[in-house]
Design a protein around this ligand. Structure first.
Ligand code: SF4
Length: 351
């Protein structure tokens, strides 16, 4: 199998070149083309001789996916559907803002978690993505950033692992991808600008704390008690108390505050009693709470709360001493909820 150059560390690449009887510095040259100069073909690597470029093309791969769909929102959010050779398709989102350029990346094809309100979980998980397939998404978004800015050195500033899949269920590849995106020779994105979002696997949260990466951790809570959470996040069988213990451990070992993500579902988890039960959990953890109004998914029985009721929920949490933000729903007009573009593509392909 060809070596996927987007998914190997510089040390691995140096080792590989040496094994192949090539000088070690070739790895640095290739990494520079791939990560700094955005090369998507070996032909572009003009400081390598033609025979070496041909030799590399026979043994290595650059981009594995093709862009099969793209949707641009009025608010400039751009959603990409990337399809790999085996037919697996994932969504990647670019969220441009004045001060930052964020890529929302998928970690798996589909998702094993099956949140009751999400399109990505409807068909379960097809497979894990490799580190290279995760990095590839970030590189594709960075190209959009650079093209839009008309600047070949423009930076992708933030990564959120909040796309399709449960990142901590694909732990090894996700952490490797993060190391590549974080490395100065890679995408050079500071660890503090990278967020891993999880429904909560306590063992992996503790393991992540030991990686010596200063990542942001976001726990997708969505409910303030175990009964409701089991209904909304059926895969998340671990009691909330146990999850919060793991988050506290993460905070103690990394010094990074944990964020609680909470999708507001009208009449389901956005009542005053829910805010009253959520507040002590957030205060105990000294966590920020990020509220997000649900983006409806056709066929699923959940509704988006009005802006007024979302503000009221936010205010109630504030009054109860919680640090809380109501995130704007980006890309509302482009099937913004996770997994919808992929689903739409699959549906139109089979209709
Ligand atoms: S919301 Fe996230 S964790 Fe839940 S099913 Fe969708 S992709 Fe998976």
């Amino acid at each position: 199998m060809a070596l996927h150059l987007l998914g190997v560390t510089l040390d691995e690449l140096r080792g590989w070149f040496v094994e192949q009887g090539q000088p070690r510095y070739r790895a640095d040259q290739v990494a520079d083309w791939v990560f700094a100069k955005d090369a998507d073909s070996f032909e572009q690597m003009t400081n390598l001789g033609k025979p070496l470029r041909t030799w590399l093309a026979e043994r290595c791969e650059l981009y594995r996916s093709t862009l099969t769909r793209e949707a641009a929102s009025e608010d400039a959010t751009r959603k990409l559907l990337l399809t790999f050779a085996d037919g697996a398709a994932v969504e990647t989102v670019w969220i441009p803002e004045e001060a930052r350029q964020t890529a929302c990346l998928s970690s798996q094809v589909g998702c094993p978690v099956g949140c009751a309100f999400c399109a990505s979980g409807l068909e379960g998980v097809q497979r894990n993505l490799t580190a290279g397939e995760i990095v590839e998404q970030a590189l594709r978004v960075r190209r959009l950033v650079r093209t839009a800015a008309g600047d070949p050195t423009a930076r992708l500033t933030n990564i959120v692992m909040m796309g399709m899949g449960e990142p901590l269920a694909n732990y090894q590849e996700v952490v490797k991808a993060i190391r590549i995106m974080n490395a100065a020779w890679g995408l050079g994105i500071g660890a503090r600008k990278i967020t891993v979002s999880t429904v909560g696997l306590p063992q992996q949260i503790r393991k992540l704390a030991g990686e010596e990466l200063q990542l942001n951790l976001a726990l997708s809570l969505h409910a303030p008690d175990d009964d409701l959470r089991r209904r909304l996040v059926p895969w998340g069988k671990v009691p909330i108390a146990e999850l919060l213990d793991a988050c506290e451990y993460y905070f103690r070992h990394t010094g990074r505050e944990v964020t609680l993500e909470y999708v507001l579902l009208e009449g389901v988890n956005n009542l005053p009693e829910h805010a009253r039960r959520l507040a002590p959990l957030a205060r105990h953890l000294r966590a920020n709470v990020n509220l997000l109004r649900y983006n409806p998914v056709p066929g699923l029985p959940f509704e988006r709360p009005t802006a007024e009721s979302a503000f009221a929920f936010q205010q109630q949490l504030r009054d109860l001493g919680v640090n809380v933000h109501l995130r704007s729903s980006r890309g509302q007009d482009i099937a913004a909820a996770c997994g919808q573009l992929r689903r739409a593509a699959a549906t139109s392909a089979t209709c």
